[in-house]
Design a protein around this ligand. Structure first.
Ligand code: ATP
Ligand code: MG
Length: 483
């Protein structure tokens, strides 16, 4: 089998042999990231050698010469290598073991018993790429189809647990289109994440023709479909939804990861009967960095305007998309409607957000204030995650006692509803905005947001010619390192 992880493995290893000497992070890696240790034997001159201690970390295996040694002798990076269990029958005995390999390099390890083999394979499956998919899962039915992947419901043959398997074809044109680099980026980021509102990538299997990602099975469908069916989400549930999303973003951002493509298609709902529990999916455009980014990417209608203005940007972009998501689930409308991508992008960049009375008259002032703060066109003035968590629209959800009260001035002063500029009370919206923009106004940034009447729900695909990055284009950009 030709592995598509060969190139990245060669790159991270930078050598042509399985074992290599310790790198400068080895001891820290063992201290911080140790997952498991145990004894194994290697073959030497076709005979089983003595028992040695091996330590697994999140990315590597370390070999110790003697059991009590503090410092390992050799290491191998195995996060892009393949693992295959084996049983060897010969005249005298059965020998159990596993092979870790990539392209031309490989190493066989022998265990004491079949139970030991299960334990090692179990640990290795969270680190390396597995190969024996059919032994571990049975496919039940297809549950989804994306531009690059087919998604199946599957059952773990060990315990009957259900998983979703996202299956991506390895054929050349497919890999060129999706970009193996893009997929590797997604895998690299998802492997680091463990959070109740983020889709977990449990294992990866490479088979002759496919890459198979073993994911949480999420039963409730995309948020996109939910809104298409139900129109909108009840405000009390939307508040919980928002609190959960902020929680997930706080976790992502604490690891210096930006998602960069939050939208209803990428939010999978946990259950059909619950409107506020979900899993964030699709980390294809995510990036882990502390530096400002310049790559223009995202989805029209959800992307932060600073990206469209070609400014270097930071993690505030995810808060903007969160604000748009909240607008959409509270009103069932898109804030930047348009007949085509160009029009949507134009409005998206202008960032004039309009709360039409028809759709917003039953929504509280607090909710609208939250949406306005999240969608501030200036990232410097956009509400931070911490402040958003303290916002009165949601703070009561997380802080039942001793809560720090954060009440925007205009909410204290005015109980008026925000109304459409076209109705007789047009000035109200401006009053609300004046208060909201007080701080911004001092800096000369205050804007008044108005909008058009005609709203439509358009799930728009990214289009290359607008220089917003499509997954296909993303692959090329990642490959070439430019825009
Ligand atoms: P695209 O790039 O077009 O967004 P993709 O090829 O990356 O698509 P996904 O969007 O991840 O593929 O998945 C395709 C479909 O499968 C989606 O409609 C989604 O609803 C469904 N799906 C994906 N992951 C899961 C999951 N873990 N549980 C249940 N359904 C899922
Ligand atoms: Mg997707």
């Amino acid at each position: 089998m030709i592995s598509i992880f060969d190139e990245i493995d060669t790159k991270v290893n930078n050598c042509t042999q399985f074992w290599h000497s310790l790198d400068e992070y080895a001891l820290e890696d063992i201290k911080e990231n140790k997952i498991f240790e145990g004894v194994l034997r290697l073959l030497s001159a076709n005979k089983l050698g003595k028992e040695r201690l091996f330590v697994l970390t999140k990315t590597s295996i370390y070999s110790f010469n003697k059991r009590n040694d503090r410092i390992p002798q050799l290491m191998s990076k195995i996060n892009w290598k393949l693992v295959e269990a084996f049983i060897e029958h010969n005249l005298e005995e059965e020998r159990y073991g596993f092979k870790i390999f990539q392209n031309t390099i490989s190493q066989d390890f022998f265990v004491k018993s079949s139970e030991d083999l299960d334990i090692w394979i179990n640990h290795l499956s969270s680190i390396s790429i597995m190969t024996d998919l059919e032994d571990d899962y049975s496919f039940i039915k297809q549950i989804g189809k994306g531009s690059f992947a087919d998604v199946y419901l599957a059952q773990d043959l060990d315990n009957d647990d259900k998983y979703a398997i996202k299956r991506i074809s390895k054929n050349k044109s497919q890999m060129n289109a999706i970009g193996s680099k893009g997929m590797i980026n997604e895998i690299e980021i998802m492997r680091k994440l463990k959070h109740p509102y983020i889709l977990t990538l449990h294992k990866i299997y490479e088979t002759e023709h496919h890459i198979n990602l073993i994911l949480d099975y999420v039963e409730g469908g995309e948020l996109f479909q939910r809104i298409m069916q139900n129109g909108k989400i009840l405000e009390s549930y939307a508040a919980k939804f928002c609190a959960n999303l902020l929680d997930a973003l706080e976790y992502l951002h604490s690891q210096n990861i930006m998602h960069r493509d939050l939208k209803p298609e990428n939010i999978l709902m946990v259950s059909k009967f619950n409107d506020y529990e979900f899993k964030i999916s699709d980390f294809g455009l995510a990036v882990q960095t502390q530096e400002k980014q310049e790559l223009r990417c995202g989805s029209p209608g959800y992307v932060a305007p600073e990206i469209l203005r070609k400014e270097p940007y930071g993690k505030e972009i995810d808060l903007f998309s969160t604000g748009i998501l909240m607008y959409v689930i509270l009103s069932g409308r898109a804030p930047f409607p348009g007949k085509d991508t160009k029009e949507i992008l134009y409005r998206n960049k202008e960032c004039r957000i309009y709360f039409q009375d028809k759709y917003w008259n039953e929504i509280s002032q607090k909710a609208i204030d939250m949406v306005q703060r999240l969608t501030d066109p200036n990232p410097e003035f956009r509400i931070s995650i911490n402040d958003a968590k303290e916002h009165p629209w949601i703070s009561f959800l997380t802080k039942k006692t001793h809560r720090k009260i954060y009440i925007p001035k205009q909410l204290e002063e005015s109980k008026d509803k925000i109304v459409s500029p076209r109705s007789g009370n047009a000035s109200m919206i401006k009053i609300s905005y004046r208060a909201h923009n007080e701080k911004r106004g001092e800096h000369g940034f205050a804007t008044e947001r108005v909008g058009k009447d005609k709203h439509s729900w358009v799930g728009v695909l990214l289009k290359k010619h607008h220089k917003i990055v499509t997954p296909t284009h993303r692959a090329k950009i990642m490959a070439s390192g430019d825009e």
